[in-house]
Design a protein around this ligand. Sequence first.
Ligand code: IPM
Ligand code: MN
Length: 356
Amino acid sequence: MSKKYKIGVMPGDGVGPEIIREGLKVLEVACKKTGVKYELVHYDFGGERYLKTGEILPDSALAEFRKLDAIYLGAVGHPDVQAGILEKGLLLRTRFELDQYINLRPVILYPGVYTPLKNKEPKDINFVVVRENTEGAYCGIGGVFKKDTKDEVATQLDVNTYKGVERCIRYAFELTKKRNVKKKLMLVDKANVLTYSGDLWQRVFYKMGEQYPDIKKEHAFVDATCMWFVKNPDWFDVVVTNNIFGDIITDLAAVIQGGLGVAAGGNINPEGVSMFEPIHGSAPKYAGKNVINPIATIAAAAMMMDVLGETKTAQVIENSIKNILSSNKIKSMDAGKMGFSTSEVGDLITEAVVSG
Ligand code: IPM
Ligand code: MN
């Protein structure tokens, strides 16, 4: 008997429910086509539930998450909830507790998608950012002293452990090898100023690099990387970096691939339960309007299938996205400007899966 996956679905806040609905629609037909079986377990965590019950993510839910095969997440963030509460209590807590130590963010310019970079084509923009996802500046260590006075002191620690750095860099080397494209791995840091953490990352990177003689080891500072992403995106194959730099550079990277409407990401624990999401937020101003672009979320479903080892299903979804985009039907990747509603874009891709 073939495996039946148990997938947790957490639409979350804002536009989350609309985009997850489209993602599930595409997932259903793709899995039917390839014979992949799954059941869904629905979770209504997010701003609404928090405002009603005060509950963000109970331990019992986390215990259930650990028994799932994957989690499919919409978006987190609610205008009536103070920034940080849901982000930390729901999103970061899941990433940390499930030890999803990699945040994998492919940067692919699909054919037919507008990039603001002049003279750049799909062949020029095809790389992956491997972002450390469980420590660094996100660890939540720090504090405040003499708050609300002129003597106030606030600290926020950037924690880099040997284990955390090593497993992240290992993953990046292995991915570069598996991709087998340019065979280039670039370490991105700010080691000219952040010398202690920079030194740890660089030592691990070059030492481990000896085990990968066929892979070119490159290094760039994070500020320069922002410039190169815009000037020469074609240089990149795989980029590895810490949590906060990875967060920042992937918003920039998303724009060169056509915007947050198409950028998907995976929070990956290679030995455990991973979680897949569009990298955009909950976009409250578009919530309930059926105008947001669901493609990032649909691409996240493809990534989920790929990480589960269902590569054929992943390809079916990916190809359908590509077919629809290259047909130039969708006018823009931006919310409200697509020329179609959220559900119509979902329908187009669903039909492409069925007829593809
Ligand atoms: C992302 C988001 C999150 C992050 C926020 C919502 C905590 O910006 O997934 O990139 O910073 O990781
Ligand atoms: Mn971000």
